[in-house]
Design a protein around this ligand. Structure first.
Ligand code: PLP
Length: 409
């Protein structure tokens, strides 16, 4: 059975071209880049080339890139680093209620240490209103942290507007770009970002390596104290193969970005329309237009997303109920609660995230398997009887465009 992997928002495979570039740095150029000998300097040169390559893609200076162990570390580093270095200036942080746990849990941690956090609401499509950001500002605000795009429902935030507000008030702006780097052109100058997080494994690079863009002149306390690596901003021996892999993956993603964007959007929309037009009582979550090109997050009334996921898995289709780290939770995700989805719909949610390997045949296969599966599961569920399906079906005549309308919950 061919497996169809539709969970690229959780992680992507390492592209073989990326792996080929990484391999020599495990066995041949293995020296510590902090070592003064020629062997070490060879590794250092490769790291600095990778840094310059990554900086160029986001329109930053190479010195503004700090390598980390991934998205979660970058987010912790950004939020705790600003909190610690600016606590004398103020103790207020503004974020949104749909951030990744690595931002939200860091903010909750800081609340136990004297900080005040405003968790901005989002509308039913998952959008933060820049006007709300402006209204939440106080004389004590030191940081605004709003993600570029949401990992569950795919909504892309108006970060240029939010960055401009932050800049206008002289406040640091951090954006978690883990879902967008490699998919969307991101220019830290346009965004007016002070800090920006990314992780290589979300764009066909290796796991366990990421970066934080830190605008020149930003006072940021280190998260990992140690040696003088990364200009004293992060101790620990550099992950040379990982860094090489991240740069190679980003370069590859950048050169194919435009075609991949168009290709993914076509496949994404085909999947959305196919689902909405054939499955009664289904809906697309997240913003209909301002959304990631590879994200399809849908809800089906009257069933459990987690059991549907297992049924699909048994048929070779790999997807997710949302965030990888919340699969064990019974509570609906914080993102779905924040967009006002009813508990019933939230529990009946699935995320399909497309990627480089996804073909039209894959989408066709999902559309062949999913509708009868949903129908069968519903007909077996006592809470969603056959007659109910029938009655609802009759009063609900979906058209292909329907799925792209965000109905107010
Ligand atoms: C995956 C993800 C993270 C965490 O990145 P890790 O490298 O797994 O630590 C953070 N934010 C978003 C939006 C993500 O999608």
């Amino acid at each position: 059975m061919k497996r169809i992997y539709l969970d690229h928002a959780a992680t992507t495979p390492v592209d073989p071209r990326v792996l080929a570039k990484m391999l020599p740095y495990f066995t041949e150029v293995f020296a510590n880049p902090s070592s003064a000998h020629a062997f070490g300097q060879e590794a250092k040169k490769a790291v600095e080339d990778a840094r310059a390559c990554i900086a160029a893609v986001i329109n930053a200076h190479p010195d503004e890139i700090v390598f980390t162990s991934g998205g979660s570390e970058s987010n912790n580093f950004a939020v705790k680093g600003i909190a610690q270095s600016l606590f004398k200036k103020g103790n207020h942080i503004i974020t949104s209620s749909i951030e990744h746990h690595s931002v939200l849990e860091t903010c909750k941690f800081l609340e136990h240490h004297g900080f005040e956090v405003t968790y901005l609401p989002v509308d039913s499509s998952g959008m933060v209103d820049p006007f709300d950001v402006e209204k939440a500002l106080t004389s004590k605000t030191i940081l605004i942290s709003i993600m570029h795009a949401n990992n569950e429902i795919g909504t892309i935030q108006p970060i240029e507007q939010i960055g401009a507000i932050a800049l206008g008030h002289g406040i640091c702006f951090h954006t978690d770009s883990v879902q967008t780097l490699g998919y969307l052109r991101t220019d830290v100058q346009n965004v007016k970002a002070t800090l920006m997080s990314a992780a290589a494994h979300k764009f066909y690079g290796p796991k366990g390596v990421g970066m934080l863009y830190v605008r020149e002149g930003t006072a940021l306390s280190p998260l990992i104290h140690g040696g003088d690596q990364e200009r004293h901003r992060r101790g620990s021996t550099l992950n040379v193969p990982g860094i090489i892999g991240m740069a190679a993956a980003l370069e590859l993603a950048s050169t194919t970005m435009n075609e991949e964007w168009t290709r993914l959007i076509a496949l994404r929309d085909e999947l959305v329309q196919g689902i909405i037009s054939t499955i009664p009582e289904s809906r697309l979550n997240g913003h209909p237009v301002h959304r990631l090109p590879h994200n399809v997050h849908v809800s089906f009334r009257g069933l459990e997303g987690s059991s549907l996921l297992i049924d699909l898995d048994a048929r070779g289709i790999t997807c997710s109920t949302g965030a990888a780290c919340t699969t064990a939770h019974v509570e609906p995700s914080h993102v779905l609660t924040a967009i006002g989805l009813s508990e019933d719909l939230a529990h009946g949610s699935l995320r399909f995230s497309l990627g480089r390997s996804t073909t039209k045949e894959d989408i066709d296969r999902v559309l062949e398997v999913l509708p009868p599966l949903v129908h069968r599961v519903r007909s077996l569920a006592p809470s969603f009887s056959r007659s109910k399906v029938f009655v609802r079906k009759a009063s609900y005549a979906p058209t292909p465009g329907d799925g792209l309308k965000v109905d107010k919950q």
